[in-house]
Design a protein around this ligand. Structure first.
Ligand code: HMG
Ligand code: MG
Length: 298
């Protein structure tokens, strides 16, 4: 039995725009966030409080957060890798922060410059500091199915990181297929691993679409009862530390599928397509969403 409602977190402004070669001005990011909230998104991952030397694209984090006219009922989340990031993030008053680790040692090193064990030590005070201020803490686990450096990743590795995150007080786990190599059974196995430590209401899927599997992987999770997913408007995205990885599953495509399944998202597909068209026009490309392309050409 499928869930009756689904929550989508649009990660386009963060996961999408962290990977663009040409700088995207803060005002464009802010307008994109406004268009997403007008389309009915209830949570938007806005930016990252990471080192601007590592990811210069997110260097305008505070400016973007300050420029958003917040809509009641919408949650604004930001990535935070360490205490320095938490301090800066807190000043911008997010509703939620995301600490991000990996199921693969090599990816952890490349992405956040430390081992998995060190990352958990680093996250512990971040989680504590955020929760003391009443801010919800989500954890993302990268490379839960495959890693660009280590190849296949066993579900037991996902389970271990989920357990470690649970122990330090992370409230929700996002299971990420960073490089989009997952297929339905493998993604279900990664999810089952996270579900050993988290309730079904506290896990979400984050699927990149590199191999065209993200939508079917989403469906495989819906069939398990999972009802929260990250997706990216116009299929923006990729990770600077996962070469060749393309964007997340397009929000438009997920919404189209869910509408067809009769599952409520609260999202207006036409307005969402406008948001995707806006940012794609700015980036001088076509939206990387099959549903948006079909509906725009109708
Ligand atoms: P490091 O170099 O080991 O950090 O980087 P450090 O503590 O040694 O500091 C080095 C310098 O960075 C210092 O400056 C710090 O002040 C500064 P300096 O003294 O040289 O002038 N610094 C910071 N500045 C601003 N904000 C901060 C911050 N921290 C240190 N928070 C670090 C470690 C974690 C900071 C670095 O590796 C980093 O920023 N990594 C971020 C990588 C990233 O953003 N990746 C993409 C997001 S994750 C993702 O996309 C995956 C996801 O979508 C799920 C999936 O698909 O898999 C979530
Ligand atoms: Mg990602």
């Amino acid at each position: 039995k499928l869930p009756t409602k689904v929550k989508l977190v649009d990660v386009g402004p963060r996961d999408g725009l962290q990977n663009e070669k040409e700088p995207v001005p803060a005002e464009v990011k802010i307008r994109l966030v406004h268009m997403l909230q007008d389309a009915g998104l209830k949570e938007i991952e806005v930016t990252s409080f990471v080192s601007p030397k590592w990811v210069p694209q997110m260097g305008d984090n505070a400016e973007v957060m300050a420029g958003i006219h917040r809509k009641p009922g919408v949650r604004y989340s930001v990535l935070v890798p360490n205490m320095k990031g938490l301090e800066a993030a807190l000043a911008s008053k997010p509703d939620e922060i995301v600490v991000f680790g990996a199921a693969s040692e090599a990816f952890s090193q490349k992405n956040i410059n430390c081992s998995i064990a060190e990352s958990i030590e680093r996250f512990a005070p971040v989680v504590e500091g955020a929760r003391a201020k009443g801010i919800y803490v989500r954890g993302a686990i990268s490379t839960t199915v495959g890693c660009p450096y280590e190849g296949d990743i066993a579900p037991s590795r996902v389970e271990l990181v989920a357990k470690l995150m649970k122990e330090i007080g992370v409230q929700h786990i996002g299971v990420a297929d960073t490089i989009g190599v997952g297929t339905p059974k493998k993604v279900q196995a990664a999810m089952e691993a996270a579900l050993k430590h988290y309730a079904i209401d506290d896990v979400s899927g984050h699927f990149h679409d590199t191999y065209g599997q993200a939508l079917v992987n989403t469906m495989a999770c819906l069939e398990m009862g999972i009802w929260q997913f990250d997706s990216s408007v116009a299929g923006l995205g990729g990770c600077p530390y996962a070469k060749g990885a393309t964007g997340n599953v397009a929000t438009e495509d997920v919404v189209y599928m869910l509408q067809g399944l009769g599952v409520d998202t609260g999202i207006d597909l036409d307005k969402l397509i406008d948001a995707g068209k806006y940012i794609s026009d700015f980036l001088q490309r076509k939206p990387n969403s099959r549903a948006a392309t079909a509906l725009l050409n109708k």
